[in-house]
Design a protein around this ligand. Structure first.
Ligand code: FAD
Length: 395
């Protein structure tokens, strides 16, 4: 199956969107992405351009400036971003709609949608989602950032770390404990404006995803108006769980897309590079590796697409979405490592694409729930028969 095939999963409109999006990325992103990798963050201008083109709102409601498209637009979004070979670019430009805007769209009040979602879709306001804390990211129920009610405000204290768009975003969707004595039931979401007094952020230096601003954020008696509570008090954990399925599908499909793009550029290189008087694509040992990688990519892609189809039809496949994230990100790591080997010494050089791919792929198995946490979820479902039903949320 070719990822631009029409028919079974993608319609002609999807293919048209893919071509428009690809052309846009080639023109507006490709020539600049190396500079953004050096800068360590994306310029605001690129968010504006995405907004103008309607790329942030593909699957968001028309009433707020979106296009009301189906999940296949998200798949195309992930697949085409992978071709830019900058995990940091994909992370920052993707976290805004996937992590921040989806929460606003699903749980926001009309007033919140007008204030944050509408400018968010236009790329005028950038958002982030802050769950992870210095004390731990895997155990979401164990977070300690507190938001204690004081009249018509919450007073927020605590800190978050490793937050994508954590320094440059205009608003933050922050996961807090409104009842610090409770676990999951004490968790709520707050929208916090960047310029709030008592909020400070520092940019973190990191192995890969270098074009993305990853921030550590401190909250020191930050006063947040109660109207910035996103959804119901004590419902935050359910909201996060509900969105984890789409996040895991996206990370899994992003992994498959990264692996696929790595193989594409490697095939081209293998057809140019010569050793012992032959093109290296004539060496049987390398040819068999290509065949193995291509087979694994196709198997994983078929699995990803089948899950998106189930999700699009209203299913809530927690186990399979966790498997998809586990295998898709592992595949990226494995394929990119092998492709780097095919480049020999050039694989290690920054002038060639594999070095960055290698660094960036490593994050796949850590962010959005580690591989170990995916295995925990899958094994609990397989061994103890645990069920994770779609949360019933009271609005
Ligand atoms: C570049 C980058 C961007 C990120 N962006 C965001 C973001 O935008 N928003 C956000 O909220 N977070 C973000 N994260 C955080 C990310 O989601 C966490 O790093 C991740 O969930 C793991 O949490 P941790 O780092 O605290 O590891 P820990 O939870 O401390 O885990 C440490 C190790 O122990 C293992 N472990 C933990 N619990 C178990 C268990 N029960 N069984 C077996 N093994 C276990 C883990 O798998 C891991 O190997 C980002 C991280 C990075 C590096």
């Amino acid at each position: 199956m070719n990822n631009s095939s029409t028919g079974y999963y993608f319609s002609e409109e999807h293919d048209l969107f893919r071509q428009t999006f690809r052309d846009f990325l080639e023109k507006e992103v490709k020539p600049n992405v190396n500079q953004w990798e050096k800068d360590g963050f994306l310029p605001r201008e690129i968010y504006h351009k995405f907004g103008e083109m309607g790329f942030f709102g593909m699957t968001l409601p028309e009433a707020y400036g979106g296009m009301d498209g189906d999940v296949w637009y998200n798949v195309i979004f992930d697949e085409e971003l992978a071709r830019m070979n900058s995990g940091g670019f994909s992370a920052s430009i993707g976290a805004h709609p996937l992590l921040a805007l989806t929460h606003l769209s699903a749980e926001g009040t009309e007033e919140q949608k007008q204030k944050y979602l509408v400018p968010g879709i236009l790329g005028e306001k950038i958002g982030c989602l802050a769950i992870t804390e210095p004390g731990g990211g895997s155990d979401v129920q164990g977070i300690t950032t507190s938001a204690i009610r004081d009249g018509d405000h919450y007073i927020v204290n605590g800190s978050k770390t490793f937050i994508t768009n954590g320094v440059l975003s205009d608003f933050l969707i922050v996961v807090v404990k409104t009842d610090p004595s409770a676990k999951a039931k004490g968790i709520s979401l707050l929208i916090i404006d960047r310029e709030s007094k008592g909020l400070s952020a520092t940019m973190l230096d990191k192995l890969g995803w270098r074009a993305s601003d990853t921030g550590e954020i401190a909250f020191d008696d930050v006063r947040v108006p109660v109207e910035n509570l996103l959804g119901g008090e004590g419902q935050g954990f359910l909201y996060i769980m509900q969105h984890f399925v789409t996040e895991r599908l996206s990370l899994g499909s992003g992994g498959v897309a990264a692996a696929s793009y790595a193989l594409e550029v490697t095939l081209k290189y293998m057809n140019e590079r010569e050793a012992f008087g032959r093109k290296i694509n004539k060496f049987q040992v390398l040819r068999h590796r290509v065949a193995q990688m291509a087979s694994e990519i196709e198997m994983n892609r078929a699995f990803v697409y089948s899950l998106y189809r189930r999700y699009n039809d209203g299913d809530y496949p927690v186990k399979e979405a966790s498997m998809c994230k586990l295998l898709g990100t592992q595949l990226a790591d494995k394929v990119i490592t092998e492709c780097l080997q095919m480049f020999g010494g050039y694989g290690f050089m920054e002038d060639y694409p594999l070095a960055r791919m290698f660094r960036d792929a490593r994050l796949g198995q850590i962010g959005g729930g580690t591989s170990e946490i995916m295995c925990e979820i899958i094994s609990k479902m397989m061994i103890e028969g645990q069920e994770y039903k779609e949360p019933v949320i009271q609005h």
